[in-house]
Design a binder for this molecule. Structure first.
Ligand SMILES: [Zn+2]
Length: 496
């Protein structure tokens, strides 16, 4: 009798424990079902069921198909009008804060990010003042960002003439994702271009860390000018109209990109442990050289940017300084070759190179290409813009949405050392998602932009699809159907 009583007490306790466990689990975990979700197993979206932990911000489980039996906690169901994608990762963003916060701030840039489905940004070491070439400067930048970010954020540091001794502490102590150098005038006085000798010094220093097993990534603005060509160009454009885009185009010839990339490949052969990443490739003529270097086993990766794929020089009106970037947007044939390279896997990833300034510095009034700020504002516009282009018959070369997202999320995450955490919808990864409506066409207006200054060459363009919702580590932070950014003061971003 006594034994039976004990048994029933134990059974009751077990039932209560199970219920309590389910209750606790249920209060933390919720479930998303999506008719179309982009999972790592396929480039084609498929039905999926996800369990997400609010507490950890991670994906707990992913099941193929709509699995009602796997529902835990609240259920959110996304129907066939939208596709669930991993949050986008943009590894090339200039936020300018501190020092040039009149151009852009962490608050404005990261609002634009989440509204565009970008859940992780990696900030460039310039054009803030000071540029982040030392630990002290990076600490200052982190202070400016703290409490002001709506998306997650990581940092590149600068490698400039004379800062070699700071590189390893930036890497090991501050956890920067790598280093950025300019091989041509950067546009700001405080961030100097490196010579081939400076590159060699940095490679030599960082090879010590690489030898100890650290992954060392160096990013290069790969354009090299020389006095002779500069002089010839100056003479050639002497009496040309500075508001004509062709005048500006002549000042950044293809040869500048080819020369720089050739130099880098040569240095890499001597220091093969350094991973070199070429940012914003514009000149398709460099692709055979890049292909060969990769075939030789060099750790060389390449990105291009939205504007080199979306625009060509014929799109640019006189005085259209909002299209000015370096390297420049080139002709339509070049544009097509970049799409092909992306499709062939010769270009790894796509970034924004969001580089805003105020309208005065940009020369919006005068339309003078030669003296206006070179940089295009496009953070958060990449997915709708490129989806539109690749869906058009003449573009895309059969690139799928899955491949596009791989180039805008998975591969940038890998570049920034965030694999295992960002860039895929997978168990154990951060629950960063973007919902994209491929059939919600819209025309971009100034009011859609969260930047400090509503300047962008994409204004007035009609995109075939639209971002509808963004989740950051399990929390919905943007919902176009519920007024946009859901909590402007929450600023849930963290450093990654
Ligand atoms: Zn840049």
């Amino acid at each position: 009798m006594e034994e039976r009583k004990l048994y029933s007490v134990a059974a009751l306790a077990a039932v209560l424990t199970t219920l309590l466990f389910k209750y606790l689990l249920g209060s933390d975990i919720y479930t998303i079902t999506a008719q179309y979700a982009l999972l790592p197993s396929s480039y084609d979206p498929q039905p999926a069921t996800l369990q997400v932990s609010k507490k950890t911000g991670k994906v707990v489980e992913v099941f193929g198909g709509i699995r009602k039996d796997k529902k835990v906690g609240k259920l959110i169901n996304y129907g066939p009008s939208q596709i669930l994608l991993p949050g986008l990762v943009d590894t090339h963003v200039h936020i300018n804060d501190p020092g040039r916060s009149e151009w852009e701030t962490f608050d404005t840039a990261t609002q634009a990010a989440i509204a565009g489905g970008v859940t992780t940004l990696i900030d460039m070491p310039l054009n803030s003042i000071p540029p982040t070439n030392t630990v002290k400067a990076l600490v200052e930048k982190k202070a400016a960002a703290t409490g002001n970010i709506h998306s997650d954020l990581g940092f590149w540091a600068g490698s400039v003439p004379g800062n070699t001794k700071h590189l390893s502490s930036l890497l090991k102590q501050e956890g920067v994702k790598g280093f950025k150098s300019f091989m041509i005038n950067s546009g700001v006085d405080e961030f100097k271009a490196v010579s081939p000798k400076d590159i060699e010094k940095a490679f030599k220093e960082l090879s010590k860390s690489a030898n100890k097993g650290h992954n060392v990534t160096m990013l290069f603005h790969a354009e090299s000018s020389n006095k002779k060509t500069e002089k010839a160009i100056k003479k050639a454009i002497d009496s040309s109209n500075p508001a004509d885009y062709n005048t500006y185009l002549q000042t950044h010839p293809v040869e500048y990109e080819l020369d720089a990339i050739r130099t880098l490949i040569m240095k890499m052969r001597k220091y093969p442990l350094i991973h070199v990443h070429i940012v914003h490739l514009s000149a398709a003529e460099a692709l055979p050289m890049i292909r060969q270097a990769r075939a030789d086993g060099l750790k060389l990766t390449v990105e291009t940017c939205y504007h080199y794929l979306y625009f060509n020089k014929d799109d640019i009106p006189d005085g259209g300084v909002e299209y000015k970037s370096a390297p420049p947007i080139r002709d339509a044939a070049n544009n097509a070759l970049l799409w092909k390279a992306l499709n062939d896997g010769d270009i790894d990833l796509i970034t924004s190179d969001h580089s805003p300034s105020d309208p005065l510095t940009k020369n919006i009034e005068s339309g003078d290409f030669l003296n206006g700020w070179g940089g295009i504002s496009s953070l958060g516009l990449g997915l709708p813009a490129l989806y539109t282009k690749m869906s058009a018959d003449e573009c895309g070369f059969g690139l799928s949405l899955g491949e596009l997202v791989e180039a805008m999320s998975t591969k940038p995450a890998i570049l920034a050392g965030l694999h295992g955490k960002k860039g895929l919808i997978e168990k154990g990864y951060d629950a960063d998602f973007v919902l994209f409506e491929p059939e919600s066409a819209y025309t971009l207006s100034e009011n859609d932009l969260f930047y400090k200054h509503q300047i962008s060459p994409y204004i007035g363009h009609t995109f075939a699809g639209r971002i509808s919702r963004t989740y950051l580590r399990g929390v919905k932070v943007y919902d176009r159907h519920m007024g946009g950014i859901l909590d402007k003061v929450a600023r849930r971003g963290v450093f990654v």
